[in-house]
Design a protein around this ligand. Structure first.
Ligand SMILES: [Fe+2]
Length: 442
């Protein structure tokens, strides 16, 4: 489709923006949708035309995924850790990873190491009487899983910290970060070689468990994705008539801006979300699924602007709830939903931060389903800002501020200590700041 000739000849109308959650949500949604439509129209293209470009790109990917599935192929890219470490990942594997936006790293950690970490976590929580003191789900998102803790609100076990600061973790995070464009327009948006050790929880789902799973959703934000100045710039090509130039791997304008608060928010910029398997898991045992199309976000961002969506509705996206993806508004995308292959303890699983994902339901689960959530969250202004909270939480054994205020570990004396940090750990949780903390709180 030719680029419209009007581009560059007249400035496009500016967008209203809200750097904090708007007080009147329906009114703000009506206002931003009208403004986005007007801006696209001023570029010389219609919303329908722009959406059709994205829809065609997505359709090509969906058809390719459907055909691969029919051929019996594994949809998720799989790469051996040894190839990442040696820099010998094949060009075709890299191309598939760029297209699908998700990855299983085989042998990321030695299987025995992962199983030992799993045992260490059990010792850590049992030794500290976690189950006796468990007060029930601390949030209303994972809370729907059940009354027994499958998600442990535990952040500072030696096992988790050892994995976060391990050289092999840094290798994989650096490899994944390198898929992104981290420098453009004279700005370094993030540092691909340093990670901020974003602390997250543990999932341990026992043998025999029944779980309803989690529906298809996204984690990068909610209405802020359309309404803050930063995200409006990050998604600029979708809204200014240059949709062909939209690049899901461009970090520009994503690594500093604010986010609307909510129980499911992530304050960090994550290039990839991820977890490390602490048990073997069969592909049909309630595992992670994604819509493995890295361009799907463009579809999700433009879909609410079409005429069949009510003016005060963003296809169900609202603050303080996860961003839903579903058959009602996104049936094309849902056709591509694909689960991970069988994984072993020590493998890790990664998905682009804007990717639709879900956890399949399971009945009478065979084997355990245990993971440590460890993403790739490279150094950038946004992660530096959050790191101040993380350091404080680390030193005091608190729940980090992105999570419910449960603070189970504050009185647990055998949690990971500042002296146990290696160089990677000290870069992620800057040591000087920890010393300052000790000086202030002797
Ligand atoms: Fe999620």
């Amino acid at each position: 489709m030719p680029a419209p000739s009007v581009l560059g000849t007249a400035p496009l109308p500016a967008l209203p923006h809200w750097e904090e959650t708007p007080a009147e949500l329906p009114a703000a949604i009506r206002q931003i949708k009208a403004a986005l439509r007007a801006r696209i129209a001023a570029s010389g293209r219609t919303v329908e035309e722009v959406f059709a470009v994205v829809e065609q790109q997505i359709k090509t990917e969906v058809d390719e995924i459907t055909a691969a599935r029919e051929r019996g192929e594994t949809i998720w890219p799989v790469i051996d850790y040894s190839d990442i470490e040696a820099g010998t990942v094949a060009a075709e594997a890299l191309a598939l990873l760029r297209r699908r936006g998700c990855l299983v790293v085989r042998g990321h950690f030695d299987r025995e190491q992962a199983l030992a970490w799993d045992r260490d976590i059990v010792d850590y929580v049992e030794g500290n009487k976690f189950f006796e003191n468990y007060r029930g789900p601390g949030d209303d998102f994972f809370g729907s899983v059940g009354s027994k803790p499958e998600i442990y609100p535990i952040y500072w076990s030696p096992a988790q910290m050892q994995a976060r600061q391990d050289d092999r973790m840094a290798q994989v995070q650096g490899f994944l970060n390198s898929l992104w464009k981290h420098e453009s327009e004279g700005v370094q948006w993030f540092d691909p070689d340093g990670d901020s050790l974003y602390p997250d929880r543990i999932r341990r789902r026992p043998e025999g468990a029944d779980s309803a799973g989690l529906g298809t959703h996204l984690d990068p934000g909610t209405l802020d994705l359309w309404m803050t100045a930063g995200y409006q710039k990050a998604f600029r090509h979708l809204f200014d008539g240059t949709v062909e130039q939209h690049d899901p791997w461009d970090a520009a304008y994503r690594t500093a801006g604010p986010q609307y608060p909510g129980t499911t928010m992530c304050s960090a910029f994550r290039t990839f979300q991820g977890w490390t398997a602490l048990s073997d898991m069969g592909h049909d045992q309630g595992v992670l699924h994604t819509v493995p199309i890295v361009g799907a976000m463009a579809y999700l961002m433009l879909r609410p602007l079409l005429a069949d969506v009510p003016d005060d509705d963003m296809c169900g996206v609202t603050v303080n709830q996860v961003f839903p993806a579903n058959d009602k508004w996104h049936p094309l995308l849902m056709q591509a939903l694909s689960g991970i292959p069988d994984v072993q303890a020590g493998d890790s699983v990664w998905w682009h931060c804007d990717m639709i994902h879900s956890v399949a339901p399971v009945q009478n689960q065979q084997g355990w389903g245990n993971v440590m959530y460890i993403p790739a969250a490279p150094w950038c202004p946004r992660n530096e800002h959050y790191a101040a909270n993380v350091r404080e939480a680390f030193v005091t054994g608190s729940s980090p501020s992105d999570f419910p205020t449960e603070h189970y570990e504050r009185t647990w004396t055998n949690r990971f200590q500042p002296d146990d940090l290696n160089d990677t750990g000290r870069r992620g949780l800057p040591y000087a700041s920890l010393r300052d903390h000790d000086a202030r709180h002797p």
